[in-house]
Design a protein around this ligand. Structure first.
Ligand SMILES: [Zn+2]
Length: 70
């Protein structure tokens, strides 16, 4: 049995994408803002969705275990 390795988990993510069909620019909503202008052509952008691999934006914090014997 063979399984593909590390298949990225694609999740629907809110983005802003450029309205210009010739421009492929887009940004994640978290990195953009309302009225975001395109970083490439400075044109208007619109909200959209895109399936993107999960971002690991933060290293998982290991909860500090309280050592009762400390
Ligand atoms: Zn653009």
């Amino acid at each position: 049995m063979t399984e593909p390795e590390e298949k990225p988990d694609l999740i629907p993510t809110k983005i802003y994408k450029c309205k210009n069909p010739e421009c492929k620019a887009w940004v994640r909503e978290e990195f953009g803002s309302e009225g975001q202008s395109c970083p490439m052509c400075k044109g208007p952008m619109m909200r959209s969705m895109r399936h993107l691999p999960k971002v690991q934006n933060k290293v998982k914090r290991q909860p500090k275990k309280k050592d009762p014997y400390a």
